[in-house]
Design a protein around this ligand. Sequence first.
Ligand code: GTP
Length: 491
Amino acid sequence: MTASATALANELPQAEPVFVGRDLRPLRLITCGSVDDGKSTLIGRLLWDTKAVKEDQAATLRRDSGKQNDLGLPDFALLLDGLQAEREQGITIDVAYRYFATDKRSFIVADTPGHEQYTRNMATGASTADLAVLLVDARAGILEQTRRHATIASLMGIKQFVLAVNKIDLTDYNKAGFDAIVHEFKEIALTLGVRQITAIPMSALKGENVVYSGRASMPWYDGPTLVETLEKATVRSAQSTGFRLPVQRVSRPGESFRGYQGTVAGGSVKPGDSVAILPSGAVANVKQIVTFDLVRNAAVAGDAITLVLDRQVDVSRGDMIVALDNEPQIGLAFDAQLVALQPDGIVPNKRYWLKSGSRRQRVQVKPVQKLDLKNGKWGPTEDLPMNSIGKVHLAFDEKAVFDAYEQNRSTGAFILIDPDTNNTVAGGMITAKRSDVDGLNAGEGRVLLSLPADLADQLMATELLASRRDEVEMRRVTTAAARDLLDGIEG
Ligand SMILES: Nc1nc2c(ncn2[C@@H]2O[C@H](COP(=O)(O)OP(=O)(O)OP(=O)(O)O)[C@@H](O)[C@H]2O)c(=O)[nH]1
């Protein structure tokens, strides 16, 4: 907002501030479903009927789909061909975002592939979404994949669901079939604690109940269209935590200036605020907030800033600067839920890297419960195979800083990386801090050695070190890196 706009806003009566903000914020949604449920067709249809498709794309679409469709309609899935190319590049996190708008609101839709092995992409898309559209083929009904996606979406904190019963035209607009699917889904939703469900019979292909009403074919349905539902959905309220700045970089352009850079991950901050630096616990006041070239008088979640403090304190990459009166949890042990993403699953008690924001820490993971995707019940477990969803205990080598995911989706989320392969093996959410490490070997007192690979292997082969594997962790580095480390210690 410009200075004059701010002044104007201050003069206006304060009666409806909520509405001003609400319409400006786009609704983020994720679409999920099994292969061929019609996800691409639905997104294509949304873009087409809201006129988000540019004229040149539209001409290509009419030309390319001319022969392909027995209904004489354009193949809306073709609109997403560009995304297919993006997918095939094999980018680690594989979510494509599309934008469209009505005169009431704008939307960002995360399109994620439907195959089972793409669960991780779904989890990524869900982590920022306000609402999930779950597609079901009206002929096939609810599948295990539907349950899996609903579960992941709800674990990722999504509270609003649209059950899109698609291809209803292929069932002759059968009301009883639609009702049975809705009934079955409501039972699943109940076990997940999801209450806000809008079920819509639709034909993405024909554009019925997507943007335009399908009443002509389905006089029995008097509910909203998909777009009407999306227009009325609520955008997640701001995170309920105080100020959070995960430090991505310490900027030191000259002797006199030291700033801490990162993207605000919660709350807001202004000069004069008292902050703590975690995990050290040092305290300081905010002296200045800088963005690109501007000095700002406040910053809020989402802003990329450089923070200048009023005194010399020790801050490094991976630390978190937080509101003094509203701090996250600090500890060695946490409860979490995660989705296992790799063929090896989660290996009990193995040491992984946990990455959250710019922080990377060693952690041991103990699976304790697994979700049965057939009946939605949690049961005890000792392992978590690929694509399973589990509750785990985490034990860190050094103090970790988190908010519960419920309170803050940035500072409560993490991924696990296998140190041997560098693969992302899980995506997870912190649920609570634990008071004990549950028999896991929290690594206080453990020795970390960074050595050239051949030397490390020789040392590990000696009897002394082989017998003390739990106490000594060997990091294999190049000879040059080892020399740098030694130089650093000496100099
Ligand atoms: N009759 C009918 N056919 C539909 C409808 N929606 C999609 N289809 C057809 O179903 C097939 C699959 O649709 P897609 O949109 O490609 O499905 P998808 O879920 O995106 O599939 P993937 O991209 O492989 O995950 C296509 O031939 C569509 O034309 C619908 O509402 N009615």
